[in-house]
Write a protein that binds this ligand. Sequence first.
Ligand code: SF4
Length: 414
Amino acid sequence: LHLPVVQNWDCHGCTECCREYHVHLTEAEHRRLVEQKWEEAPELAGRHLFVRTGWWWAPRFQLNHRPDGACVFLSEQGRCLIHERFGSEAKPLACRLYPLVLVPAGETWRVGLRFACPSAARNLGKPLAEHSADLRRYTRELERQAPDGGRGQGPPPLQGRQRLDWDDLLRFVAAIRAILEQRSDRLERRWRKLAALGVLCRQARFDKVTGSRLEEFLQIVAAGLEQEVPREPASLPPPGWVGRVLFRMMLALYLRKDHGRDRGLAGRGRLALLRAALAFARGRGHVPQLHAQLPSVRFEQLETPAGPLPAPAEEVLQRYYTVKIESLQFCGPANFQRTFWDGLEALALTLPALAWLIRALADRPPAEAAVQAVRIVDYNFGYNPLLGSRRQRWSTAILASRGEIERLIAWYAR
Ligand code: SF4
């Protein structure tokens, strides 16, 4: 196991995950729940427990939800009936694992977290290391479900077909972490450095530069970034109109919430969603309330300078990015098989998205605005199929090739 040391977590029983997600079952989990004879439980009388998905010749099942959107097994008192009656181990693995994420990386599992969980976003609970025993049990279960535990596919490519072995790929991760830790810079400059590192490394070949030579190379490049990357965000030109439009279209994907307690405009039908998409493309007038947490605000308000991110907000974002990088949750199987650099660029674009959202959520203290912004963004990052689509990869590639990522980061930091 490779655990991020900056992060704490414990379940505080908010039940959000039991209301927000669809739990897909393995065959064994489905069988186990059937054998538990829930049809005899008075709390579940007349309710269907499963929803059938998949093909008729290969059926799959997920847990049913009640009309209010909660999992069928969530009791009126906000407790899981399976847990109450048979103990935690009787629950589907997805329920026990969430919000922890296990990313296969060679001979190790890297442990990440979904910041959509309020306790994860607020850093509440024990250090992750104290969950090691549970995590080891989950890895064994995953390895039983898939004999190679998903590790057989090897490291994600750097770009295209350019592949390194795990040790060298992790040297890149260490170099990125080192830049992310340079606290003498604001977070926005560190991310502009990372975007510049991506641009430089995309031009290099690494077939003969491995091991300690690669480490040396990365140290030299990182030192060069100190000179190359402008210190002040105001010295960068503003993003161009292509950058702004693509950025706002991406923002709309992050903000759109179609179900659950925070459901936004989706409740008013497809026409409302279409109008919202047009408003995001235009970028003028009131920001459509695609997410219930979004207060009433105009696009123009969010483009006026608001100064750098307040320190408490920056702390939340620092922890978020440390976990995402350490756990490799930005590329490979954890992010729609994106390549290393493509995944890093997608993660870099979450910074202007988060800064935009923190501005929009100015009705609450900065740390709370950052927590809410991270929850909204991370609900989608790596999980919303639209963000993993070909169209979105193309959009990220355009933004990166035109230098718009650095400009967008600087624009929302001024
Ligand atoms: S099975 Fe239990 S833990 Fe899993 S979603 Fe349903 S109520 Fe929550």
